[in-house]
Design a binder for this molecule. Structure first.
Ligand SMILES: Nc1ncnc2c1ncn2[C@@H]1O[C@H](COP(=O)(O)OP(=O)(O)OP(=O)(O)O)[C@@H](O)[C@H]1O
Ligand SMILES: [Mg+2]
Length: 232
């Protein structure tokens, strides 16, 4: 099963990836946690280039293709083999980020982005995508300290850029409602996690390779979660 997390910077993706991965591991599943760009030798090099402020001359198309190159390597080298081995793969950002940021945010042509994404992913589509929805103002509030040290990250792009990105995600949700879940990210980490966990539990039994015999594993893990997450 392939699960991705999406949303603007500081919406709580990494927090939710961690909580979901821990919960799945406690229920006996093998989980692979990834974050884009990166996770292969080549993709990590590309990540360094993408994040390196020395390359201020990088244009939007170069950026788009570097993200795609990193993703192509990650899909071929890591994600597809892991799915073949029936692991649950959880990825912090995937191709919807490119649609939302480069397409809606930077306003590059959506059809080009879709085509490049298909080349990079070999048409792999996540089983579930959680878009953690918060306002740019709340994101600024949550990441004030980090932003003070890294000013160009959100402030230069501005609130309007992030509003376009959020609208992009919401359009994706409308087009692809079957896999795309809009989650209210303004709630507490535990509440957000509980919502996501229930949705994952509804979906997992549909995938025959994950049904643990009589299905009792899932019932037990749900009870365990309700105890385990109290102290979060
Ligand atoms: N539901 C929540 N309520 C309040 N604060 C939260 C919530 N979820 C995460 N946070 C806090 O907000 C900050 C950003 O969270 P997190 O790192 O999970 O976001 P992110 O989407 O992964 O950010 P980035 O895009 O920068 O990787 C962290 O300090 C985290 O503890
Ligand atoms: Mg993160």
């Amino acid at each position: 099963m392939f699960i991705t997390f999406e949303g603007i910077d500081c919406c709580g993706k990494s927090t939710q990836v961690r909580l979901l991965a821990e919960q799945l591991e406690q229920s006996g599943r093998e989980v692979l946690r990834l974050r884009e760009p990166g996770n292969t030798r080549l993709s990590e090099h590309i990540r360094e280039i993408l994040l390196d402020k020395e390359f201020s001359e990088m244009n939007e198309r170069t950026e788009l293709l570097l993200f795609a190159a990193s993703r192509a390597q990650l899909v071929g080298e890591v994600i597809l083999p892991a799915l073949d081995h029936d692991k649950v793969v959880i990825c912090d950002r995937f191709y919807d980020s490119t649609v939302a940021y480069q397409g809606y945010g930077r306003q590059l042509p959506l059809e080009d982005i879709t085509h490049i994404n298909r080349i990079a992913t070999q048409d792999l589509v996540p089983d579930m995508t959680f878009f953690i929805d918060i306002t740019p103002e709340l994101a600024f509030e949550r990441c004030k300290d980090r932003l003070a040290a890294d000013r160009d990250r959100m402030e230069e792009s501005g609130v309007r850029f992030y509003e376009r990105v959020i609208n992009g995600y919401k359009s994706l949700a409308q087009q692809d409602g079957g896999r795309f879940y809009v989650i209210d990210g303004s709630k507490s980490p535990t509440d957000v996690h509980m919502t996501i966990w229930r949705l994952v539990m509804e979906k997992l039994p549909l995938l025959s390779s994950y049904v643990g015999g009589d299905g009792l594993v899932m019932n037990r893990s749900l009870e365990a979660m309700e105890v385990d997450t109290v102290g979060l």
